[in-house]
Design a protein. Structure first.
Length: 256
C-alpha cells in the first residue's frame, strides 16, 4: 500500500489516523484515501488489480460539498472499506484543510505521519474550522462530526485563546493559531517517520520524508471562522516548488 501511495502521490487521512494516534479510544469504520485527479485512474486500477478491492459502481457520485473534492469511489474487500477521494490540483492534502476541525488535519504518506496541528491534536484538543462551510446543511454535518469526536473524549474550541496555555499567544505567528498562514514545508507539523521507504530513489525519499509527502508541490493554508476575537475566511491551495534552491530551503526548515 505504501508503494501505491508513493506511485500516485496519494495520502491517507480522516478518522483512521486519529484512531492510530489514540489506540483503543474508538474503531474507525473505513479508510479515506486522497488522490490527485491526475493519478486517480491509476490508483483505482492498483486498488482493484493489485489489492483485489471491488468498485461499488452504484454509489460513485460527485461530492460538491468539499470544494477540493471532485469525486469519490467506494471500494470494498470483504469487511474492509475504502473511500477514494479524487482531489483537484497536484497536492491531495488541499482537501484536508477543508475538514471540520484540526483534530483530523493529519496525513499519512509514503514518508510518514504528519499532524499539522500536533501540539493540539496530541493533547486531544482541536479547533473548529469554518472556512469551507458553504451552507447550513454542511454546517450541521460539521457540528455532528464534532459532537461525535467529543463523545470520543476530544475537546474543541472556536478560539485558540480559550485554551489556557494559548491565552497570550501571538496571533498570526503561533503555528497553532488559525489566522497563521501555514505550509506543509514550514517545519511546524509534528512528524512521525516510517521506517519503510520505497525501494527506488531511496536518497530522494530520505530527503523528502523531512518535509512534505510531495517534494514538488506544497500546500499553503489558513483556517477560517471566529478566531482570536475576529472572524475571517480561510483558504488552502497547492503551490509548486520551482527551483532547487527553494526545495533545499524547505528541506532545511522541515529538518528542524
Amino acid at each position: 500500500m505504501l508503494n501505491a501511495l508513493g506511485e500516485t502521490r496519494s495520502l491517507i487521512s480522516g478518522s483512521v489516523l486519529v484512531a492510530a494516534l489514540f489506540p483503543g479510544r474508538f474503531k474507525p469504520n473505513d479508510v479515506d484515501i486522497y488522490c490527485p485527479e491526475t493519478t486517480g485512474t491509476r490508483l483505482l486500477d492498483i486498488m482493484q488489480n493489485r489489492f483485489g478491492f471491488h468498485l461499488n459502481k452504484g454509489v460513485d457520485v460527485q461530492y460538491p460539498r468539499h470544494l477540493a473534492i471532485r469525486k469519490i469511489h467506494w471500494l470494498t474487500k470483504g469487511s474492509a472499506k475504502i473511500n477514494l477521494m479524487l482531489v483537484e490540483g497536484d497536492n491531495a492534502a488541499v482537501a484536508v484543510f477543508q475538514f471540520h476541525s484540526t483534530i483530523v488535519m493529519n496525513v499519512l504518506s509514503v514518508h510518514g505521519l504528519y499532524c499539522t496541528y500536533g501540539d493540539l491534536t496530541l493533547a486531544g484538543e482541536g479547533l473548529v474550522n469554518n472556512s469551507q462551510t458553504v451552507d447550513e446543511a454542511q454546517a450541521q454535518r460539521n457540528l455532528r462530526c464534532i459532537e461525535k469526536y467529543e463523545g470520543r473524549g476530544f475537546k474543541f474550541e472556536r478560539r485558540l485563546g480559550n485554551y489556557k496555555r494559548y491565552a497570550d499567544h501571538e496571533c498570526g505567528i503561533n503555528a497553532s493559531c488559525p489566522t497563521t498562514v501555514r505550509t506543509l514545508h514550514d517545519g511546524h507539523s509534528t512528524f512521525f517517520p516510517l521506517t519503510a521507504h520505497l525501494e527506488t530513489d531511496k536518497e530522494s525519499n530520505t530527503k523528502n520524508n523531512r518535509t512534505a509527502f510531495d517534494g514538488k508541490h506544497s500546500v499553503v493554508w489558513s483556517l477560517g471562522g471566529d478566531s482570536c476575537g475576529w472572524g475571517h475566511d480561510g483558504f488552502a491551495f497547492s503551490v509548486e516548488l520551482h527551483d532547487k534552491k527553494e526545495e533545499e530551503t524547505a528541506w532545511d526548515e522541515g529538518s528542524r
